[in-house]
Design a protein around this ligand. Structure first.
Ligand code: GLY
Length: 561
């Protein structure tokens, strides 16, 4: 190159570097940053915050609020969730902003006088609502780790609610199919109701929600738990509800110690109770690697083995897991290697063991679809893995009059009657029975994985009971089968949860030969449209993102050096 051209090029490069270092505060140290969420508008807002120099917690807060606007079937301010956060220095934290049962709730509140479950009472309407935790989680996370102002983090979602966004086809169909419920459970408001049907590219404007977010932005946590919003929620719910102002005043999100499990050179960091996710995922991985077998991805032997392990894990879940603040969860015993080695010995390699012959393990201890997940790594090297939900689509279907947001139906995650399956077919016992102010058991599994103590994966999924097995199989796809992260999250999945005694398999994803061979072994198969939406980030030589192709998930890599 000619010398003068070279000089010009150098000057341009230096100026560009200078310019970038002004726009992106830590540009010089930046290696990478990325975000994967359930909706492109939420990804855009998280990306905007990361670009402004926000850290993973800042971006999580803005993303959570954005999802409440653009992904209202699961994104929320009236629900709850869990976050795993790992700092650039390798310290990890978990934040529990799960809902709680109202003070006036009772063990048999969903049963009639002869002890039968009353249809839909725990899933629809005012009695299905738990005390929301999301706003508390946002302010707790911000207080401990946030670097940008609350205003900067709330404003993008407020703008999105005020100006509206174009709904996609899936959202249009969903809004149309829930219209009857919205009318039935909201006599005093018309949120999400249109005279004609919703269509792809219609604009959804949510003025009341925008105003609610402005109140929370300006009056902070207090407005939601002991202020104007609390009062409006209680008034809107009417006389049949059992939620009171007392419930809101006494709600607190909680920082807990994450579940940490070491498998070879990997550290798995995941959510402790009241989610079953971390313990169940650890059990699955520890049992699988205990067997030390050479298997091919989704071959018959692999599916057989994984489902036999899954049965054992979900049997334990039914007996031992609940809110540790109310019922002693023997965490260390459940993930004890000797205990799990003994459990693995129960597996028959050539034949499925009927679920009826499987019981929760005997522990030697002294007494006690619709969610959404996003993964973020910021430019400083911090990472956040957040799963958040209203429980089923649009939660209780109950909007708060005048405030424009939906409340959860998380009460259904309790074991409403021992042995009676919930929405996800999960059964439970005393550990997860209803008690005032107790948190209902969850399957949410926000997870961060280290390899050789360095950040390696950030992932999680929606999907009720299938969350745990979706995360499990995605991890194996990467660490065992060396798939790139996009293929790992897209790969066909299957699931067994002990009861019912069925392998759920994704439709049109497995060959007839595989299905027939599993049936020949004695497995019962049920096909399902899809299972989970895993949104994941993988860090190796560079950063890679995987937005599950099952939904409207979207990913963005900001920098990648
Ligand atoms: N609501 C689904 C879960 O928490 O597992």
């Amino acid at each position: 190159m000619h010398r003068s051209k070279k000089v010009i090029l150098i000057v341009i490069c230096v100026s560009l570097g200078f310019l970038l270092s002004k726009i992106i505060p830590n540009y010089n140290q930046v290696k990478y940053a990325s975000i994967v969420t359930g909706h492109p508008e939420a990804t855009k807002i998280g990306e905007y915050i990361l670009n402004k120099g926000g850290n993973a917690v800042d971006a999580s807060i803005a993303t959570q609020l954005a999802l409440a606007v653009c992904f209202p079937r699961a994104g929320n301010i009236g629900g709850g969730g869990f976050m795993i956060y790992r700092t650039k220095d390798g310290d990890s934290y978990s934040l529990d902003f799960r809902e709680k049962a109202p003070k006036k709730s009772t063990k048999n509140m969903y049963l009639d006088s002869i002890g039968n479950v009353i249809d839909s009472l725990s899933t629809h309407g005012t009695l299905s609502i738990g005390i929301p935790g999301t706003i508390s989680g946002i302010f707790d996370a911000h207080e401990k780790f946030g670097t940008m102002s609350i205003k900067e983090l709330f404003d993008p979602a407020i703008e999105l609610a005020e100006n509206g966004f174009l709904i996609n086809e899936r959202q249009a169909n969903l809004l149309n199919s829930y219209k009857k419920d919205f009318i039935k459970f909201n006599p005093n408001n018309k949120y999400f109701i249109k005279n004609s049907n919703w269509k792809k590219d219609d604009t959804l404007i949510q003025t009341d929600l925008a105003n609610t977010l402005k109140i929370i932005r300006d009056e902070k946590r207090e407005s939601f738990y002991n202020g104007i919003i609390t009062k409006k929620i209680i008034k809107s719910l009417g006389d049949n509800a059992i939620l009171t102002e007392f419930d809101f005043q006494n709600y607190h999100s909680i920082w807990r110690d994450p579940i940490k499990t070491k498998i070879n050179n990997y550290n798995i960091i995941s959510m402790p109770p009241p989610s079953s996710g971390g313990i169940a995922l650890s059990q699955l991985l520890l049992m699988f690697f205990d067997l030390d077998l050479n298997l091919k991805h989704n071959e018959v032997k692999y599916i057989h083995l994984l489902t036999e392990i899954e049965k054992l894990v979900y049997a334990d879940r039914s007996k031992y897991l609940g809110d540790n603040d109310f019922f002693y969860v023997p965490t260390n015993s459940l993930i004890d290697k000797k205990y799990l080695t003994n459990r693995v010995k129960k597996i028959n390699f050539s034949k499925p063991t009927p679920s009826a012959n499987i019981n929760p393990g005997e522990l030697n201890y002294t007494e006690s679809e619709e969610t959404t997940h996003f993964s973020i790594v910021d430019s400083y090297g911090n990472s956040a893995s957040v799963t958040t939900t209203l429980n089923t689509n649009f939660g209780s279907k109950v909007f708060v009059d005048g405030l424009g947001f939906l409340l959860n139906n998380e009460m259904d995650d309790f074991s409403i009657k021992p042995g009676t399956p919930n929405t996800y077919g999960l059964v439970g016992s005393e550990a997860n029975s209803i008690e005032p102010e107790k948190r209902m058991l969850s399957s949410m599994t926000p997870t961060i994985i280290e390899k050789n103590n360095e950040l390696f994966m950030v992932l999680g999924s929606p999907g009720g009971s299938t969350i745990i097995t979706s995360v499990f199989q995605t991890i194996l796809n990467v660490i065992l089968f060396n798939m790139d992260i996009q293929n790992a999250v897209n790969a066909p999945r299957f699931h067994h949860q002990w009861i019912p005694n069925l392998i759920y398999m994704e439709k049109n994803s497995f060959s007839t030969k595989t299905i027939d061979s599993l049936k020949l072994l004695g497995h019962k198969i049920k096909e399902r449209e899809t299972m989970g939406h895993v949104n994941a980030i993988h860090i190796s030589d560079k950063m890679y993102v995987g937005a599950d192709n099952r939904g409207s998930n979207s990913a963005s890599i900001l920098f990648n050096k």
